[in-house]
Design a protein around this ligand. Structure first.
Ligand SMILES: [Zn+2]
Length: 281
């Protein structure tokens, strides 16, 4: 378990990881899950982030693409169900376990799409494979007679998270705005523009969309009810922190509460504790 946490942690700091010239880890073991007739998920326990992809007769639309070193395995897995090229990949946010395949995808002719805020972060962090199409708040992509919608409602995990909505499938690819399972606790990446305070509000906007199935950023396929529960936990987390800050509890006591009540681990504390305390004043 520790190993997985470490790798998820590395996903946030991917740029420095690569910049330091550290040898690449081996590709992650991955698994293909058919979610609907023409929609699949490529997943693995905990790390890196889930991939969603939709088949059409005119090419494939993909959401997120794991690390660069997963690219060949991911493409080989897609080739087992379609001989179409990947026309678009949408990055739900800038973290390397969701956008690390961009440069290789572009070399294969895939158009990379993300929010403008996510792209700004990638520029700041000298990441390769910058998106060439960016979204501010809302966009549609039409491909092979099917449509997806991209929404950015506000800050949550970072300040550039989008969700990808498949209206005809009643399905949402949520990115790390929603992670599912005790092993992938809420991660507020304050250095990436994340916000505990905004997160609940952002999820309220997402939950107004009409969908049933949810592919989270990490964890197994689930549904809207589970996402609504996660929304409530983001509010509880903030209220508990605020209560303890106002009661004068120490930083260590608040960290213990986050570990015990919200399954926080070292990497979520590193990314989120300072910012959460500042937002809880
Ligand atoms: Zn992330």
């Amino acid at each position: 378990m520790k190993f997985n946490y470490l790798k998820l942690c590395l996903s946030i700091f991917l740029c420095s990881f690569v910049a330091q010239g550290i040898a690449q880890p081996p590709p992650s073991p991955i698994e293909l899950v058919q979610v609907q007739d023409d929609i699949y998920m490529i997943t693995n326990p905990f790390v890196p982030g889930n991939i969603t992809f939709m088949l059409t007769d005119e090419g494939i639309l993909m959401v997120d693409n794991k690390f660069a070193w997963d690219y060949d395995n991911v493409m080989a897995m897609i080739a087992t169900v379609s001989d179409q090229p990947v026309k678009y990949v949408i990055n739900t946010h800038f973290h390397g376990d969701h956008s690390g395949g961009n440069e290789l995808a572009q070399a294969d002719g895939t158009v990379v799409v993300a929010s403008e805020n996510a792209r700004l972060k990638m520029v700041e962090d000298n990441m390769s494979g910058l998106p060439t199409v960016t979204v501010d708040e809302h966009a549609f992509i039409h491909l092979g007679g099917k449509v997806v919608e991209i929404f950015r409602f506000g800050r949550s995990h970072t300040d550039g998270d989008v969700v990808v909505y498949f209206p005809e499938h009643s399905l949402l690819a949520a990115g790390d705005m929603f992670t599912y399972g005790a092993d992938v606790p809420q991660l507020i990446d304050y250095s990436g523009g994340g916000s505990a305070r905004a997160w609940t509000r952002t999820l309220d906007e997402v939950l107004r969309l009409d969908f049933e199935t949810v592919i989270p950023g990490h964890g197994p396929v689930t549904n809207k009810a589970a996402m609504a529960e996660f929304r409530d936990s983001t509010l509880n987390l903030r209220l508990r922190s605020q209560e303890m800050v106002r009661n004068g509890n120490s930083r260590e006591e608040i960290a213990d509460m986050l570990r015990n009540e919200f399954n926080w681990a070292d990497f979520t504390l590193d990314a989120g504790l300072d910012g959460l305390l500042a937002e809880s004043q």
